[in-house]
Design a protein around this ligand. Sequence first.
Ligand SMILES: [Mg+2]
Length: 422
Amino acid sequence: MFLHIDIDSFFASAERSVDPTLKHIPMAVGSRSNLEIFNKKRTNIRLMNENSGAFVTPVFYSDKKKSFESYFVDTIEGHRKIRGIITTASYEARKYGVKTAMPIAQALQLCPHMVVVPSHYTLYHKLSHQIHVFVQSKIPKVEQYSIDEFFGDLSGWIEEDDVYDFAKSLQNELLEKFDIPVSIGISHSKWIAKLATESAKPLGVFEVKDIDSYIEDIPIKAFPGIGKGFQERLGKYYISTLGELKRHKSLLYTWKKPGIQLYHRATGTDNEGIQSRGERKSIGISRTFDAIEQSSEIKRRIMIMARHIVYMVMAIEVNPTTYYLKINYEYGVKVKKTETVHRLFSETLFKKILFDMYDEIVHPEKSAVKISLSVSNFTQQQIKTLSLLDIEEDMNHKDLSKEIQKLRDRFGLDIIKTGSEL
Ligand SMILES: [Mg+2]
C-alpha cells in the first residue's frame, strides 16, 4: 500500500506553528518579486530549496523580521500601493475566494480582515526537512515529492488492514510534534493515493479501497498530471471524468508514451514504485529580468546567484563536481556550458570557474534576459575521487567557506559578498 502525505496549506501552517495567534483566522502568506537578490543594498536574504531536485528551483527571499507595511507596501508620491502575491492561504481565507497567486491587494478586497504574513522560506525549508526525517524514521521507503508532499511505500512493513490506523497515528504524531496538520491518501497505487489526499483535506485520512468506483466521477482536471493540454485533448472526445478516461484505453494508447502513462496512472494500474532518489541530485537557480547589455552587470548577477548556490551546497553538506551556466539573450539566442571539476567545492573555486565559463560563452554584443546556474554530481565528500593536486588549496578554501557559512546562517546570506558581486 502507498501513502501520500500532504501538508495542509503548508506555508500558512508553518507560520501558525510559530505564531498561534494566526490559528483559526483567515490568514495568508505572501511574497514579492524574486529579483530582490540583485538589489545593491543589503537585504538579509536567506535561502530555501525544495528537496526533490526534479522540478524545483530554489527561492530566495529576504528573511528579516518584516512587517506587512515595510514588506508589501510601497508609497509612491503619497500613494500607498500594496505589492506582492498570495503564496498560500489558510482554509478560513479560501472561503472568501482567496487563492494562491492572487495579488495581495485583490485578496484583501475579498477578505479585508485577513492577516497577510511575509514569507519565511528558511522556516519552511527547515520544517520540511525535519518532517522528512521524521517520516523516514516511521517508514523505510519514502520519496519526498515536493516541499510539502511525501510518498511512502508500506508494502512488507505494515499489514494492509492496519494501514489506515497507521496513517491516523502518523498524522497525530506530526500534529503533536511539529504542530503541522497533514492529510493522507492511501491506495494500492501511488498516484491514486495522491489523488485520495485531495478527498482527505483538510486534516483527514482517506483510503481508496475500490479504485474503479472511486475514480468514476472524478473530474479529469483533478488528477495530478492532467494539465491544460490533456484537458483540451480529452475534451475533444467528451472525456470529462476519470471513469470515462478508463473506457478510452485504446484512444490514450494512440497518444504514445504520455497517453499510455496517463492512462495507467489515472486508473491505478501503473505499478510504479516510489523513487528513493536520495536527497537531491542538483541545486539550481535561475532568474529572468529586463534585458541587460553590460557584461559587468551580467557577471555581477552570476556571482550573486553563485553565492546563493554556495550557501545551499554548504547547508546540505554535499560536494558538487559538475557546474552548469546558461545565459539566454534577446531574440531566443542562448549559450550554455557544463564543466566537471573533481575538486573540493568552495565559493572561491566555484566563482573562479564560473568566471572562466562566462568568458568562454559570452556574446559581447547581445543583451541577456535570463541566467541559469546549477551544480550536480555530488560526491558526498568522497575526497578519494577528487584531484589531489589541488587538495591543499581547496581545503583552505573549504574551511573558509565553512566559517562564512556560519556567519550567513546567523546574519543572512548577504552578510559577506565577494568583490565580484559589488
Ligand atoms: Mg500541501
